[in-house]
Design a protein around this ligand. Structure first.
Ligand SMILES: [Zn+2]
Length: 322
């Protein structure tokens, strides 16, 4: 069976998988990234690819790499990555020179979208949106069978549409009240801090801030802690606002929620589905399903491998729909 190497390049580690054309992962390798300079990241990325190629044997048709930032998938150049501090980094070019099979590079969230679309919860749909609720909100759009890249490869940056431009939190991108600032895992923590003055006896935030995860707040909300429940309510309101906007723009078959907050499963869906319905005015209510993504942390690697098998990100979803 044909295989491809799918690589997910993150800020703290790089993971590579040997993925079959049926979307199954055979072997995975992971290296830590301690130095985010371009040269150091190229070295670690090449090392995990080398190991994976050793496992994959002769049937490997290509290598796909999902990288954070704005990526030109035609050249494999990372034009801009705030995570790494890179500008016009020739990632594809450098790796192409090292390996005997074709190398493709795309944005990591777009790759994850492609993975979920082909082998996860998006399978069989026409219009599909993935939103990863983690430290930030990553996203991607498949519209009527085609992965949408945009003229400057910036389509799908749903995390940076503003939902609270006057009273929201400051986003990492500099704007106020971006969807990501309000409704990522970090957003949930920020809601809890913002509400702290109303709950002077709450012990919810009695941890060093670096150790405070969104999971702790979500679990406390599930257990009925009033401070956590109030933060969760604000969080769900903001998440629903953004999701209803996505429905208004695309009315997709499915919006899939991935990332750390989505591990809440039914607790998240039950909170957010009715709020999205309330805010859905011009599309038939309930026509867009909101679901939990299926591939978890593997989505990026599987999608990067799909990109390689289809000979590029742009061709990927198109080929699948054909
Ligand atoms: Zn933003």
């Amino acid at each position: 069976m044909k295989t491809a190497i799918g690589v997910d390049l993150g800020g703290s580690h790089v993971t590579a998988a040997v993925v079959t054309e049926a979307g199954e992962i055979r072997v995975q390798h992971e290296h830590d990234i301690t130095d985010r300079s371009f040269e150091a990241v190229v070295t670690e990325t090449a090392a995990v690819i080398e190991k994976s190629l050793g496992d994959a044997g002769k049937e490997v048709v290509g290598i796909g790499i999902g990288s954070p930032g704005n990526v030109d998938p035609a050249t494999g150049t990372v034009r801009y990555s705030p995570n790494f501090g890179w500008h016009d980094a020739p990632l594809g070019q450098r790796l192409r020179a090292r390996f005997p099979v074709p190398v493709f590079v795309g944005n990591d969230a777009r790759c994850a979208t492609l993975g979920e679309y082909e082998f996860g919860i998006g399978r069989g749909t026409g219009t599909f949106v993935l939103l990863t609720l983690g430290t930030g909100i990553g996203g991607g759009i498949v519209a009527e069978g085609r992965l949408v890249l945009g003229v400057g490869f910036g389509a799908g940056e749903i995390g940076h549409h503003q939902i609270r431009p006057t009273d929201g939190f400051v986003c990492g991108c500099g704007k106020i009240g971006c969807f990501e600032a309000q409704a990522s895992g970090t957003g949930l923590i920020r809601h809890a801090f913002a509400l702290a003055p109303s709950f002077p006896r709450s012990a919810l935030l009695d941890l060093p801030r670096a150790k405070l995860g969104s999971k702790k707040i979500r679990r406390a909300a599930e257990a009925g802690d009033p401070h956590a429940a109030a933060a969760w309510k604000r969080y769900a309101d903001d998440l629903a606002a953004g999701l209803a906007n996505v429905v208004a723009f695309l009315n997709p078959d499915v919006i899939a929620l991935g990332g750390g907050v989505a591990s809440a499963g039914a607790f998240l869906l039950d909170a957010v589905r009715p709020l999205v319905e309330e805010r859905t005015t011009m599309a038939p209510r309930g026509s867009t399903r909101i679901e939990i993504a299926r591939l978890g942390n593997d989505a990026g690697q599987v999608g990067a491998a799909v990109m390689a098998m289809h000979g590029g990100l742009r061709a990927g979803a198109q080929t699948a729909a054909a």
